[in-house]
Design a protein around this ligand. Structure first.
Ligand code: FES
Length: 132
C-alpha cells in the first residue's frame, strides 16, 4: 500500500478533531443523499480566524479521513481562505484522486466546513460549494 493510502486509513481509524464544541460560534450539518452519511462541523472563531474545529457524524473511510485531514489543515486559517477552498485544494490535501464515484465522499466535509463559515458570516452558500 502506498504512503498516501496508508495515511488515509490511519486518519479513518484514528480521526483527528472528532467530537463536539458545545459553545461553538458556528455549527453546520450536511449529508450525502446518495448514501445517507452525514457530518456536522463545529467552529470556534476569533478575529475571523478558525481557533478550533471539530467534526462529528458517520461516513465512509474517504469522508471521515477527509474530515480528519481537513480539520487539521484549517486550524489557524482565515475565514476568507476557507471561502476560496475548492475540490482542488482538498485533493492536494488528501493526496488521492477519489474518482467520480467517491467525489461526494471526499467533498462532504469541505462543503460542511464552508457551510459553517458562510453561516457565521451571514453569507449565502456560493454555487460551487452547493454543487460539491
Ligand atoms: Fe457516504 Fe462516502 S459512501 S460519504
Amino acid at each position: 500500500m502506498d504512503f498516501y493510502a496508508e495515511e488515509l486509513i490511519s486518519h479513518y481509524e484514528h480521526p483527528h478533531n472528532k467530537g463536539v464544541i458545545s459553545n461553538s460560534d458556528s455549527k453546520f450539518h450536511e449529508y450525502n443523499p446518495t448514501c445517507g452519511d452525514d457530518i456536522t462541523i463545529y467552529l470556534k472563531i476569533k478575529n475571523d480566524i478558525i481557533e478550533d474545529v471539530k467534526f462529528d457524524g458517520n461516513g465512509c473511510s474517504i469522508s471521515i479521513a477527509s474530515a480528519s485531514m481537513l480539520t487539521d489543515f484549517v486550524k489557524g486559517k482565515k475565514l476568507s481562505e476557507i471561502e476560496k477552498m475548492d475540490f482542488k485544494t482538498l485533493k492536494e490535501l488528501i493526496n488521492i484522486d477519489p474518482g467520480p464515484a467517491r467525489l461526494k465522499c471526499a467533498t462532504l466535509s469541505l462543503k460542511t466546513l464552508k457551510g459553517a463559515v458562510f453561516l457565521y458570516e451571514h453569507k449565502p452558500m456560493d454555487q460551487n460549494t452547493k454543487n460539491m
